[in-house]
Design a protein around this ligand. Structure first.
Ligand code: PLP
Ligand code: ZN
Length: 420
């Protein structure tokens, strides 16, 4: 397989005007301004796709699905760290309390840099490494940059990361220790995005920024391959996804769609986009589509304010692909308040042992609201993506629960105060 044109890939297609174009790298947006997506020669993939066994997935991570990735050779040789292969945790107790038939939590809080974003960064950096590209940049609310910086440290690449002023301290610390050149922009994520774009054009860095780079979706879709495999090659009925830029939901949908297209699963699950009421551009876009606005024109900026910093986005950079994913899969959007997100953090940590950052708990927060409008939920199998680790934003979790008991180093006093 040649690096310039991997044999399994048929080209690139614009998600807005549908124009098919030859594969190239790097690739950013279509001339019409729409984002691009990678297309595959699905007849060829159908012949070559081998269902890996679970042991192989555990050993090699998500590069095991090489026949649906745009790589000349599987990418794991570029990294010592294992990417993907996260646990799918079934919780009958939480399924019952939420009101769904089955609930599986896809725990991406324990990937190398402690977020889902490692999936995307690893595929893009493997493509870069195949071409000897050494300098990469990204705009990031924090996690995309941390994942890129982490894997750049592993593979010996140089990372430039542009974060908004609101990025939590732990994410800045991670970035710094991974050795990235961190640029903290006095402004929003959207300001950081635009600045990173202009500078990368000027100096020629490879730009990983979400949405405008079509290859991040390719990494993100592996979550769906893993979910299908962990459910013994069956699609769940519904998947809950936290949404900011919309790239995760667009990628996860693409993954299920490709598996269905090659006959590995028999249908695509309904994709439910969960947003904060304070950052709800995709939910509003879906309302506009329902009222007759074409998908291409449906995504407009909001003025985002939510404690879930990772999904605090004015203009979703993969918005059209996200809206399409929801509409085509028969899903919908659900909006949750910051208080519901806080409760979800407490419940996931206290009842499942999964400590999530606010955005990471947002999909879980959406389940109950969705169930209230879906009487059939009790018969359905649901998967919920948990996308980022709570240690990245302890400030958000501080104050949610009773504080630690302060005691002197004295057995009698400690026992009395503990009431034991
Ligand atoms: C932990 C976490 N969850 C969810 C998201 C949302 O992903 P997207 O912006 O692709 O919608 C992000 C994005 O930064 C994230 O870091
Ligand atoms: Zn186009």
């Amino acid at each position: 397989m040649s690096v310039d044109s991997p044999e399994n890939v048929s080209g690139l297609r614009c998600v807005e005007c549908d124009l098919e174009q030859p594969f190239r790298f790097p690739a950013y947006r279509c001339d019409c301004g729409g984002n691009l997506e990678v297309t595959y020669d699905l007849d060829r993939v159908r012949q070559h796709f081998v269902r890996p066994d679970i042991g192989e997935l555990a050993r090699r991570g998500h590069f095991v699905y090489g026949s649906l990735l745009p790589l000349a050779v599987p990418g794991e040789q570029h990294f010592s760290l294992l990417v993907g292969a996260s646990q799918l945790v079934q919780r009958p107790d939480l399924a019952k309390s939420c009101g769904v038939g089955e609930l599986h939590l896809k725990d991406d809080t324990r990937l190398p840099s402690a977020s889902f974003k490692d999936r995307a960064s690893s595929v893009l950096l493997a493509m870069a490494a195949e071409r000897n590209i050494r300098q990469v940049c990204t705009a990031s609310t924090g996690n995309a940059g941390c994942s890129m910086a982490c894997l750049c440290a592993d593979a010996g690449l140089e990372a430039y990361v542009f974060v908004p002023a609101s990025a939590p301290a732990a994410k800045i610390a991670q970035l710094t220790f991974y050795g990235a050149r961190v640029v903290r922009v006095e402004g929003t994520y959207d300001d950081a995005f635009d600045l990173c774009w202009e500078l990368s054009n000027r100096v020629g860095w490879l730009n990983r920024s979400t949405g405008w780079n079509p290859f991040t979706r390719e990494g993100k879709k592996t979550v769906s391959f893993e979910i299908a495999q962990q459910l013994e090659w069956q699609a769940p009925d519904v998947v809950f996804v936290p949404v900011g830029d919309g790239n995760i939901i667009a990628g996860a949908y693409k993954g299920f769609k490709e598996l269905a297209a090659i006959g590995v699963i028999d249908r695509v699950p309904a994709m439910v986009a969960v947003q904060s009421t304070g950052s709800n551009a995709i939910a509003l876009a879906l309302d506009r589509v329902a009222a007759g606005t074409p998908v291409r024109e449906s995504v407009l900026p909001v003025s985002a304010t939510t404690m879930a910093d990772s999904i605090s986005v004015d203009l979703p950079r993969d918005g059209v692909a996200a809206v399409r994913a929801v509409v085509e899969s028969g899903g919908e959007a659900v909006q949750v308040s910051d208080d519901e997100i806080r409760s979800a953090i407490v419940e996931l940590a206290g009842k499942a042992g999964i400590f999530a950052e606010p955005a990471g708990a947002t999909a879980y927060a959406g389940i109950r609201r969705w169930v209230a409008a879906h009487p059939e939920a009790a018969d359905l199998r649901a998967v919920c993506l948990v996308t980022g680790n709570g240690l990245k934003d302890v400030g958000a979790a501080a104050g949610l629960l009773r504080p630690a008991l302060e005691v002197p180093p004295d057995v009698e006093v400690a026992a009395r105060l503990l009431g034991i």
